[in-house]
Write a protein that binds this ligand. Structure first.
Ligand SMILES: [Zn+2]
Ligand SMILES: [Zn+2]
Length: 357
């Protein structure tokens, strides 16, 4: 029986290469050969034990693969209706969903009660290969697949199925961006991507805040119109908005203290989008009277729907040369170098590390 090499996450701090039987796609499943997978911060949180994930599992959810086999009932089209053939390069939404449960029916397929989440599933017999750190990945029923145009580099394409699509969902929570004055908190992969999309969509002001100068300089290359240290954020926003505050604040740092900055910098009637806090953090005091009197809207965004991945693929295909996305993956490792890859991804200043089979 043909097997695939997979980097299996056994327990905190322990990952090892194993050979796993390649499943035969049944029904509408598809099988891909993994071309590359970039390591997202949440892979590191899982590996280092800051976030609980069922084990053993194959981590990795920023994946690009090449279709090698269709199940007997699998459609030969991607989610957007583009034809799909053996050999096509694809990304797919991090959560496969049933389409029928209460969340699927109410615009939150990522919270599907019968979901499969790539890079997050404990082993099930015959269904182990559902993560990016392996030579093959099985695309189970309910997976939303998008085909890539040939010219988009792998380093640009890999982050689409987590960072880029999540940035799309975060901006979607605000609505039309043309002419808006935005504050983006955090200049990691999410923040940089958000700045770039906002720039392409005509935001009038994109103010980006990060404590690290190198990351602030990077934000300027991704469309930020001005940058500041957190201590100077309120002054910068006041200066750029005639003292009114930002139309929308997008919190992507996951740092609890950033909530204070958001609170100070949002204008009356503004929208606060919370994205970064994806692991347990101390509670923050919220004066409810301020939410009421200032007519604020607070929206949490976790993962995304297939329309956001589709928009991410279109955005990166059209704009990847305009912003230095390719340079964000600073190094590639082979799958058998996974320990070195994880160590490199944990270094300060590293945005993305890639793993290729
Ligand atoms: Zn991720
Ligand atoms: Zn569902």
């Amino acid at each position: 029986m043909p097997t695939s090499r997979a980097a299996v996450f056994e327990r905190v701090g322990e990952i090892e290469l194993q050979s796993i039987a390649i499943p035969q796609p049944i029904g509408d499943e598809r099988l891909v050969r993994v071309l590359g997978c970039t390591l997202c911060a949440s892979d590191l949180h899982s590996f280092q034990g800051r976030r609980s994930v069922p084990c053993p599992t194959v981590l990795g959810h920023e994946i690009v693969g090449e279709i090698v086999q269709f199940g007997p009932e699998a459609q030969r089209f991607d989610w957007s209706g583009r034809p799909l053939s053996i050999g096509d390069r694809v990304s797919w939404a991090v959560v496969a969903s049933c389409g029928q449960c209460i969340y699927c029916r109410n615009g939150l397929p990522q919270k599907c009660t019968r979901s499969t989440k790539y890079g997050h599933e404990a082993f099930k017999p015959g269904r182990e290969l559902v993560g990016g750190l392996a030579e093959h990945c099985l695309l189970v029923s309910g997976t939303h697949v998008m085909r890539w145009p040939d010219q988009v580099p792998l380093a640009v394409a890999c982050p689409a199925s987590c960072a880029t699509a999540t940035a799309m969902a975060s901006l979607d929570a605000i609505g039309e961006l043309r002419g808006l004055r935005l504050l983006v908190l955090g200049a990691g992969m999410l923040g940089l991507t958000t700045c770039a999309i906002a720039s392409a969509r005509g935001a009038a002001e994109i103010m980006c805040v990060d404590p690290i100068d190198q990351r602030r300089q990077q934000a300027l290359r991704f469309g930020a119109t001005c940058v500041a240290d957190p201590a100077q954020a309120a002054a910068l926003v006041a200066e750029r908005t005639e003292g009114y505050g930002a139309d929308a604040v997008i919190e992507m740092s996951g740092v609890t203290a950033a909530f204070d900055t958001a609170w100070q910098c949002i204008r009356m009637g503004g929208t606060l989008v919370l994205v970064g806090s994806v692991f347990p953090s101390p509670p923050v005091p919220v004066a409810l009277e301020h939410v009421v009197r200032r007519c604020l809207r607070i929206q949490g965004v976790h993962n995304y729907g297939p329309q956001h991945l589709s928009a991410a693929v279109e955005f990166l295909s059209a704009h990847h040369a305009q912003f230095p996305f390719e340079s964000l993956v600073s190094q590639w490792f082979r799958l058998d170098e996974i320990s070195q890859a994880l160590a490199a991804a944990a270094q300060p200043g590293v945005v993305r590390i890639g793993v290729t089979c």
